[in-house]
Design a protein. Structure first.
Length: 177
């Protein structure tokens, strides 16, 4: 296990010094040449690296969001509404990548907090239009500044972060197709 972790540290150091993307897909010979024992090493799994990075980001956001009494998923919903106020729950689900079973209680909690309201759509009263309240709109600029606060903690430059973001989005697209 220690060898596995040392490998992770070495790999991370090499990647941070050379952020060039590896060849994706079936032509990636590194992935094809893994020994069975290497495939079992957590540090050699992209899914583990992404999972760990995601958890680290959510944990880093948590104390910043406490001032607004928001969880990270609630913050995602609010960000979506700050960009496009007046969304259906289906649109929010697509934008945040949260399934309806997860999104519904989040929306209800934000409504109880007085940050959003759900109104019946004029075209179809069964559908609800989710809009920001004045209170929800009032915290927009302060809460959006949290992103920069968090970015200031990261040692990656803007170009490397943008590359990482684009690669993650490409991975999502590949896995959903």
């Amino acid at each position: 296990m220690q060898n596995c972790l040392s490998h992770l540290e070495l790999e991370f150091t090499e990647q941070s010094q050379n952020p060039e993307p590896q060849n994706p897909g079936p032509h990636n010979t590194e992935a094809q040449n893994l020994e069975p024992s290497d495939a079992l090493c957590l540090s050699d799994n992209v899914c583990f690296a992404l999972y760990s990075a995601s958890n680290a980001l959510v944990r880093a956001y948590r104390p910043l969001l406490e001032a607004y009494e928001l969880t990270f998923p609630q913050y995602l919903v609010m960000q979506t509404l700050w960009r496009q106020n007046g969304c259906s729950q289906t649109q929010l689900s697509m934008a945040t990548k949260l399934d309806m079973g997860t999104l519904t209680p989040i929306v209800k909690r934000l409504e109880v907090k007085g940050l959003i309201t759900r109104l019946a759509c004029v075209e179809d009263e069964r559908k609800k239009l989710i809009t920001l309240t004045a209170q929800g709109e009032a915290i927009k600029h302060e809460a959006l500044a949290l992103k920069q606060t968090l970015l200031n903690k990261v040692q990656m430059d803007a170009e490397a972060l943008d590359l990482l973001r684009r690669q993650c989005l490409a991975l999502i697209e590949d896995l959903q197709s």
